[in-house]
Design a protein around this ligand. Structure first.
Ligand code: RB5
Length: 157
């Protein structure tokens, strides 16, 4: 991937700056979708901006950072066509590209340190989707999205 959009909330802001610098050193072009300070904000907004950039073809993939990576990846996965993985180690990041063709990587700045985060990013960027039998499973995800994608969420309470 040669062009990546990044997004974070206030908790992920400091780590995002380090990941931007790391990507630029690797020759990857970065589109920064915010947040642009550590002032308190809400992660869904930045997850949406990155997901929309990926789906529009503005970038080839996205990286999202919040405190845990959970809220921001949940939001990204609400967009049909987005396959976001939240990782705290490189193995799952690599396999998520090889088998699941993930187009968004998320992690938590309260979970991983910056050096581990860079290893996760490198593992994710360095792996290519293998296709083959995995493509049929990706197609099946698309069928689920088509069936349930536009239904309003039900209240579990
Ligand atoms: C913000 O306090 C925190 O909830 C957020 O960064 C993230 O961890 C949510 O999943």
């Amino acid at each position: 991937m040669k062009k990546i959009a990044l997004g974070c909330d206030h908790i992920g802001f400091e780590l995002k700056a380090k990941i931007v610098a790391h990507l630029q050193l690797r020759g990857v072009a970065v589109v920064d979708k915010g947040a642009w300070s550590d002032e308190r904000t809400d992660y869904p907004r930045y997850a949406a901006a990155v997901a929309e950039a990926v789906l529009a073809g503005e970038v080839e993939g996205g990286i999202l950072i919040c405190g845990t990576g959970v809220g921001i990846s949940i939001t990204a996965n609400k967009f049909p066509g987005i396959r976001a993985v939240v990782c705290s180690e490189p193995y799952s990041a690599q396999l998520s590209r090889l088998h699941n063709n993930t187009n968004v990587l998320a992690f938590g700045s309260r979970v991983v340190g910056s050096e581990l985060a860079k290893m996760i990013v490198d593992a994710w960027l360095g792996a290519q989707f293998e296709g083959g039998r995995h493509q049929a499973r990706i197609d099946a995800i698309g069928e689920v999205e088509a069936r349930f994608g536009h239904r309003p969420a039900t209240d579990c309470g």
